[in-house]
Ligand binder design. Structure first.
Ligand SMILES: NC(=O)c1ccc[n+]([C@@H]2O[C@H](COP(=O)([O-])OP(=O)(O)OC[C@H]3O[C@@H](n4cnc5c(N)ncnc54)[C@H](O)[C@@H]3O)[C@@H](O)[C@H]2O)c1
Length: 314
């Protein structure tokens, strides 16, 4: 057997990173260490019980002393830095907490550089594009229009990665995630929130007229694309959008969920949010499709899977 590949996944008690950790642990040559401070993550999302090669360490990545101890105990080959304060409402209400995540990025890069990590993978966000300038949003040509702290932090994170490459030769891959959904997503995100309400026949609330569009990527497509990038060493020192391809308005999403769950819920319109609710968002996914190499999971198929696995949202 080849020697073990040691991988750090930050935020691994959360939605996307817990699926990532599980997928990586399916390969017995990998040893996966998850760090998480359980801000929005939870222990029941960590797939450790099924995999002997996953270890969880409760750690705040923004605290250099805590994190340095973890880096000292393992010599990581690769790092997936996915921990972050997330959620539109939480990030708008806690801007200083959001900005503190810059410390986490710096800590990860400093420790990665000093301990000979081979590459750092970073979960950036479609939010870096800000209020849309063009469609679809392309990694290389669309200007970044980030204004809100969450988006600014992701943008700063990307700049840190490029700078550590330039000054210290530390390789990176940046993934810009667009709306992703799946069974372990927490209830404050639109798909989980609508499904939880629909199953209880409660009203679904939509901000404004609901004409704002999003694409929705089922989580396994996200994980397949990112792990393929990892295993095939593609898009090194590059940026890849990771998101769905079909645009759907929030109103259409609500109607689809009501239909699929056979719910009696009504749709209620609330005043439009003052900030943070972009009118349109759609990724150019040509790079992602090179990694995925198969058709994307249709949104209705993904929604049906979530409806069949509601233990995390009900
Ligand atoms: N889900 C999406 O649609 C989406 C879209 C764009 C970007 N992202 C990015 O993907 C990543 C994962 O997001 P998610 O949707 O799975 O959210 P999540 O909240 O389920 O996961 C984030 C995890 O990070 C942990 N965490 C937060 N701050 C931490 C800290 N200081 N130290 C240690 N752990 C910390 C949380 O407890 C949580 O378990 C985030 O970086 C997020 O910004 C997600």
């Amino acid at each position: 057997m080849d020697s073990l590949v040691k991988i750090l996944v930050t935020g691994g008690a959360g939605f996307i990173p817990s699926y990532l950790a599980e997928k990586l642990a399916e390969n017995e040559n990998n040893f996966v260490v998850i760090v998480d401070n359980l801000l929005t993550g939870s222990l029941d999302k960590i797939p450790a019980s099924k995999h002997y090669n996953i270890k969880f360490i409760r750690t705040d990545v923004n605290d250099i002393n805590e994190l340095a101890g973890v880096f000292r105990s393992y010599s990581f080959d690769f790092v997936f830095h996915y921990a972050a304060v997330v959620g539109v409402k939480r990030t708008l209400e806690n801007p200083v907490k959001v900005l503190n995540d810059i410390n986490g990025i710096r800590n990860i890069l400093e420790l990665a550089k000093n301990t000979s990590v081979k590459r750092v993978y970073y979960s950036s966000s479609s939010e870096v594009y800000g209020e849309p300038v063009e469609y679809p949003q392309n990694e290389d040509t669309t200007p970044l229009n980030s204004r809100l702290p969450y988006a600014i932090v992701k943008n700063v994170g990307e700049a840190f990665l490029r700078s550590y490459k330039k000054e210290f030769g530390l390789d990176y891959t940046i993934f810009r995630f667009f709306n992703t959904f799946g069974p372990k997503q927490s209830k404050e995100f639109v798909v989980s929130r609508f499904i939880a309400k629909a199953l209880k026949n409660e009203d679904l609330t939509v901000y404004g007229d609901g004409s704002q569009t999003r694409t929705f990527c089922y989580v396994s497509d996200n994980i397949d694309a990112t792990t393929n990038a990892f295993y095939t060493n593609r898009f090194v020192n590059d940026v890849v959008n990771v998101g769905g391809e079909i645009e759907l308005s929030v109103l259409e999403l609500a109607k689809t969920i009501i239909k699929l769950s056979d719910s009696k819920s009504q749709i209620i319109h609330l005043p439009a949010l003052e900030e943070g609710d972009m009118t349109r968002r759609k990724p150019d996914i040509s790079k992602m499709m090179q990694l995925l190499n198969k058709p994307m999971i249709p949104i209705e198929t993904g929604l049906k899977t979530v409806l069949a696995n509601t233990s995390y949202i009900l």
